[in-house]
Design a protein around this ligand. Structure first.
Ligand code: 9L3
Ligand code: MG
Length: 133
């Protein structure tokens, strides 16, 4: 089965809230709430890919030392097996401004269960609750 490596971030604000973004219409899994991120370009390193995706999707600038790996999702879809490390990020430059028309929410880790998430993202909630309460 084909492996797909995707990187994702839990952006955490000063109130310990986590950002989730709704996947836009026309994309795979449209309407579901996810941790922002995306695929690596060929030859790209995971942290560089995440920094690029956060800039493209949310308009913020993140420095590599501000990305702390927390956990790892692994989910077999029909067409590919998705591997997705989740990084926690508490510091960035700029203001979060969705650049692709996606809705966003800042939410407590324990309230993440109220949102429909892709099957790869849902198992990431428990480690976030452990970290953030
Ligand atoms: N995906 C799942 N959860 C996430 C992200 C960022 C991505 N938090 C899945 C959706 C797609 C694939 O990974 O099947 C590639 O993501 P994108 O490049 O379409 O955002
Ligand atoms: Mg994406």
């Amino acid at each position: 089965m084909k492996l797909l490596l995707v990187v994702a971030a839990a952006l955490v604000d000063a109130d310990n809230r986590v950002l989730i973004a709704q996947r836009p219409e026309g994309k795979q899994l449209a309407g579901l709430w996810e941790f922002p991120g995306g695929k690596l370009d060929p030859g790209e390193r995971p942290e560089d890919a995440l920094i690029r995706e956060l800039n493209e999707e949310l308009g913020i600038t993140v420095k590599a030392p501000c990305l702390a790996p927390l956990t790892f999702a692994s989910h077999a879809y029909e067409e590919f097996h998705l591997l997705m490390p989740l990084y926690v990020c508490r510091r960035w430059e700029g203001f979060v401004a969705p650049a692709e028309g996606q809705a966003i929410r800042w939410t407590r880790a324990r309230d993440l269960r109220n949102f429909d998430m892709p099957p790869a993202d849902a198992p990431l909630i428990a480690p976030l609750i452990d970290l953030l309460g």
